[in-house]
Design a protein around this ligand. Structure first.
Ligand SMILES: Cc1cc2nc3c(=O)[nH]c(=O)nc-3n(C[C@H](O)[C@H](O)[C@H](O)COP(=O)(O)OP(=O)(O)OC[C@H]3O[C@@H](n4cnc5c(N)ncnc54)[C@H](O)[C@@H]3O)c2cc1C
Length: 334
C-alpha cells in the first residue's frame, strides 16, 4: 500500500465554497489544508465593523438543508433588503411593483410580445415593458456590464423580481437574513480547527496532498491557454451621506456609478458608492460575463480533464449566490 499524503485535500480559496468543503470533510475525519492568496478569510463575503468589502451581502435561501448547515455556525437576523431607483433626478419604488407603475403614470406594464426572448433586452421588453426597460434597466445594465443588454443572455435579466402587488421584497426565498456578528465571524467559525494558510497563492510547491479542490478562476487553473474569461468588477468610494433605505440604484447611463449602499443598516458605519469597472489583474473578478464569446471559451476549459474538484463562483464562472455556493460544496464534498 502506498504512503498516505499529509493532507487528503488541498483547498484553494477560503471563501464560502472552500470553507464549506473543508468543514464537511473535516467533520468526517479527513485532513485538509485551506489556502488563500488574500491575507484574510471569507473571500468576497469579507466584512468588518465598517462595511461588507465586496458589496452588500444578504443571505437568502429556500433550501432547508443549506439553512440547517449555516445555522450551525451563527444565528441569523431576518433582513428585508430595501432599495430605491433614481432616474433623471426622480426617486422610484424598486423592484417594480404596482406603486412604481403609479409613479410612472402607467396603468400596466407596456410589455412587447416576444415569444422567445433571445437576449436580456428582449427578455426585459417582454416582461417589464418598454417604459421600465428604458428607465430602470437600459442605463444601469449598460454601466454594470459594459455592454448593451442586447449583448447579454436573457438569464441575466431574470435576477431582479417584478411584483404584481405592492411588495418591495428583493428576493423570493423563504429565509432572508444576515449573520449576527457578520460574515467573516460566521466563516471563521466554519473553519474552526482547520489549518488555513493565508497570503498563499496556488500553485504552491512543497505541499503533500491527495486531491486538489479549487475555487479560483477556471482560466487561471489552466494558465489561460484558451484566453481569459471576462469579468466585471466594482470600484468602491466612500461618500458622506446617509440613506433612509439600504441602497439607492442610479439608472441613468450618464451617471458613472450604479449604487450607493449605506452599511449602517448592515451593522457597519459608512456609505459606499459603486463604480462598475473592467476586471483586470489589479482588482477582484465579480460578475462573470456569460455572453456567447465567453461561453465558447468556457466550454473549451470545461472540456479539459483535471483531477481537481473545481467549484465556487470563479471555478464555475457563474453568478452564484451564497446559498448556491454552499449547496454546490456540500454536493461536491460527498
Ligand atoms: C457585489 C456583490 C454582491 C453580492 N451580494 C450577494 C448577496 O446579497 N447574496 C448572495 O447570496 N450572494 C451575493 N454575492 C455572491 C457571493 O459573494 C458569492 O456567492 C460568494 O462569495 C462565493 O464564494 P466562493 O467561495 O465561490 O468565492 P470567493 O468568495 O470569491 O472566494 C474565492 C477565494 O479564492 C481565493 N483564490 C482564488 N484564486 C486563488 C489562488 N490561485 N490561490 C489562492 N487563493 C485563491 C480568492 O482570494 C478568494 O478568497 C454577491 C457578490 C458580489 C460581487
Amino acid at each position: 500500500m502506498g504512503k498516505r499524503s499529509r493532507y487528503d485535500y488541498l483547498i484553494v480559496g477560503a471563501g464560502l465554497y472552500g470553507a464549506t468543503f473543508a468543514r464537511i470533510v473535516t467533520d468526517r475525519g479527513q485532513r485538509c489544508l485551506v489556502i488563500d492568496q488574500r491575507n484574510r478569510i471569507a473571500g468576497n463575503c469579507y466584512d468588518d465593523a465598517t462595511r461588507h468589502h465586496y458589496g452588500p451581502h444578504i443571505f437568502h435561501t429556500s433550501s432547508s438543508k443549506v439553512w440547517a448547515f449555516v445555522n450551525r455556525f451563527t444565528t441569523w437576523t431576518p433582513f428585508d433588503y430595501r432599495t430605491r431607483a433614481i432616474v433623471a433626478g426622480q426617486s422610484y419604488t424598486f423592484p417594480i411593483n404596482t406603486t412604481t407603475l403609479r409613479e410612472l403614470g402607467l396603468e400596466k406594464l407596456d410589455t412587447v410580445d416576444i415569444p422567445h426572448p433571445a437576449n436580456m433586452k428582449e427578455w426585459l421588453l417582454a416582461n417589464v415593458g418598454t417604459t421600465c426597460y428604458e428607465r430602470f434597466y437600459e442605463g444601469y445594465t449598460t454601466k454594470l456590464w459594459g455592454r448593451d443588454p442586447s449583448r447579454l443572455p436573457a438569464s441575466t435579466g431574470k435576477r431582479v423580481p417584478i411584483w404584481k402587488g405592492t411588495s418591495t421584497d428583493y428576493y423570493y426565498d423563504r429565509h432572508q437574513s444576515t449573520p449576527v456578528g457578520g460574515y467573516t465571524a460566521f466563516i471563521q467559525r466554519m473553519l474552526e480547527g482547520i489549518e488555513v494558510r493565508l497570503s498563499c497563492r496556488y500553485p504552491v510547491a512543497g505541499i503533500d496532498y491527495a486531491t486538489l479542490v479549487y475555487s479560483g478562476k477556471l482560466d487561471a487553473l489552466f494558465n489561460y491557454r484558451y484566453g481569459r474569461l471576462e469579468y466585471r468588477s466594482l470600484s468602491f468610494v466612500q461618500v458622506p451621506h446617509q440613506l433612509h433605505q439600504h441602497a439607492v440604484n442610479y439608472c441613468d447611463k450618464q451617471v458613472p456609478y450604479t449604487r450607493d449602499v449605506d452599511y449602517r443598516h448592515f451593522g457597519g458605519s459608512v456609505t459606499m458608492r459603486e463604480y462598475p469597472v473592467l476586471h483586470t489583474d489589479h482588482n477582484v473578478p465579480m460578475y462573470p460575463v456569460r455572453d456567447h464569446v465567453n461561453l465558447d471559451i468556457l466550454a473549451k476549459y470545461q472540456a479539459l480533464t483535471t483531477p481537481a474538484i473545481v467549484g465556487g463562483r470563479l471555478g464555475s464562472f457563474r453568478y452564484l449566490d451564497m446559498d448556491k455556493v454552499i449547496a454546490q460544496a456540500m454536493h461536491d464534498a460527498v
